[in-house]
Design a protein around this ligand. Structure first.
Ligand SMILES: *Cc1c(COP(=O)(O)O)cnc(C)c1O
Length: 361
């Protein structure tokens, strides 16, 4: 392919880009940019974000901070980096961070501890909500030789099947932390899904915390990127640290343009993903007593396979052969995620594929 062909391939309409005849339930990160995103990308004013600043990245930061009700925002390549910068900007070496034990920041991102010199202490929880008594115990003076410098929350909660933290729980956590002068960070990778479920604005959730990260490349459908938002002084420090990490990108307005479309236009349709997730869960629960699907609040369904006598790796293979892509969650469960490219016909196909796989045993 020559350069023009590569470019026309990249700029092809989204419909022709999704894999034909495959229902991809692996993750909402597989969502393609919308046509409106491509339009904005083509027309975005650009600058050098490491020199004078990129105007489109700046607009995304200001707009998203306003949507989240925070003083300032910072555009970063990934939500992982947003969470890392929240730590680096606010927690010193040998200090402790308290989180619910299944949080993404522990499960998947705890390697950050090797860079930050911080200690992540997981507290037991239910549906992603940490036990408040255990939190209070952990915050008691002398509970640990390490000083606690951050409490972190997650909503919607990935490992808890997309469960949404009740606002009252968030307020109770913040109350315990703030009376001790400890900042609260929210891993809000899917904050817009949580807001959709609670029927509140993203700012009403973010008001319960000091800093918040938001992933633009999941259900919101941008190709990449995340925002860290919070107090101006913390974000200024995070901006300095972003440069040290190599996260300052040059004419990044091309990507930020898609992010602007994501935060201003794409939250409104997430209820559709929640409806298809519920349809998927209902379909699987009605299919066969050997299968048990979680009842989703948002767009993630966990399927317990224990009764089928086959492990998750085998199920992933069998479903793939039937045109359904999924991901294992440990040995005995699958994780299915709905998104913009999944409609009710795809859900029906997925449920039928589970039937076929069960019958083939
Ligand atoms: C996906 C995810 C992240 C990381 O996002 P990336 O942009 O992939 O780095 C962080 N937290 C949660 C809860 C997530 O689901």
């Amino acid at each position: 392919m020559n350069a023009a062909e590569v470019l026309s391939e990249i700029m092809m309409p989204e419909e022709s880009r999704t894999r034909p005849n495959v229902v991809d339930l692996r993750s909402d990160t597989v969502t393609r940019p919308t046509e409106a995103m491509y339009e904005r990308m083509r027309e975005a004013p650009l600058g050098d974000d490491g020199l004078e600043g990129d105007p489109t990245a700046r607009e995304l930061e200001v707009t998203t901070a306003r949507i989240l009700g925070k003083e300032a925002g910072l555009f970063v390549p990934s939500c992982t980096m947003a969470n890392l910068l929240a730590i680096l900007a606010q927690v010193q070496r040998s200090e402790q961070i308290l989180l619910e034990a299944q949080a993404h920041m522990i499960n998947t991102e705890r390697g950050a501890a090797t860079f930050t010199g911080t200690f992540l202490l997981g507290l037991p929880g239910t549906d992603g909500a940490m036990d408040l008594d255990r939190l209070e115990d952990a915050l008691r003076p002398g509970a640990s030789p390490l000083r606690t410098a951050m409490v972190a929350l997650e909503t919607s909660h990935n490992a808890a099947g997309g469960a949404v933290l009740p606002l009252l729980h968030m307020a109770a956590v913040a109350g315990l932390a703030w009376t001790r002068g400890i900042p609260v960070h929210l891993d809000g990778a899917r904050l817009f899904n949580a807001a959709t479920h609670l029927e509140v604005t993203p700012a009403e959730i973010a008001a319960q915390v000091d800093t918040v990260s938001l992933c633009l490349s999941k259900g919101l459908s941008a190709p990449a990127g995340a925002i860290l938002a919070g107090p101006a002084a913390v974000i200024a420090e995070a901006r300095r640290l972003r440069k040290m990490l190599g996260g300052t990108q040059r004419q990044i307005g091309i990507v930020a343009a898609a992010g602007l479309e994501a935060v201003t236009a794409m939250g409104a349709r997430l209820a559709e993903d929640h409806a298809t997730a519920r349809q998927l869960s209902d379909g699987l629960n009605g299919l066969d007593p050997r299968l048990s699907a979680s009842i989703p609040q948002t767009n993630i369904v966990q399927v317990d396979l224990t009764g089928t006598g086959r492990d998750s790796a085998r199920w992933v293979d069998d479903l793939e052969a039937a045109g359904i892509l999924s991901r294992p969650l440990g040995e005995r469960r699958l994780r299915l995620v709905t998104h913009r490219h999944i409609d009710s016909g795809d859900v029906a196909r997925a449920v039928a594929a589970f039937r076929t796989c069960l019958d083939a045993a």
